[in-house]
Design a protein around this ligand. Structure first.
Ligand code: FES
Length: 68
């Protein structure tokens, strides 16, 4: 599987959810389950869930960046 982490990548084709949206949501404190409910991530074919989980794993260890 190809995973482009810092560049924009469509993760969920069915729901048109890109990696930036997922990472931003994770950094704001949402969980993968929250993304499933809020955006419908993985709610159709489910093939995006492995990549989404990889984003969760990689985002967990990142320092929180200053917003202001
Ligand atoms: S690619 Fe995400 S549900 Fe199909």
């Amino acid at each position: 599987m190809i995973l482009i982490y810092n560049n924009l990548m469509i993760v969920c084709i069915c729901k048109n959810i890109n990696s930036k949206k997922i990472v931003q949501a994770l950094r704001s404190g949402l969980t993968l389950d929250d993304l499933k409910v809020k955006y419908g991530l993985g709610s159709q074919c489910g093939s995006c869930l492995e990549t989404a989980q990889q984003l969760v794993t990689r985002t967990k260890g990142e320092p929180i960046k200053k917003i202001a």
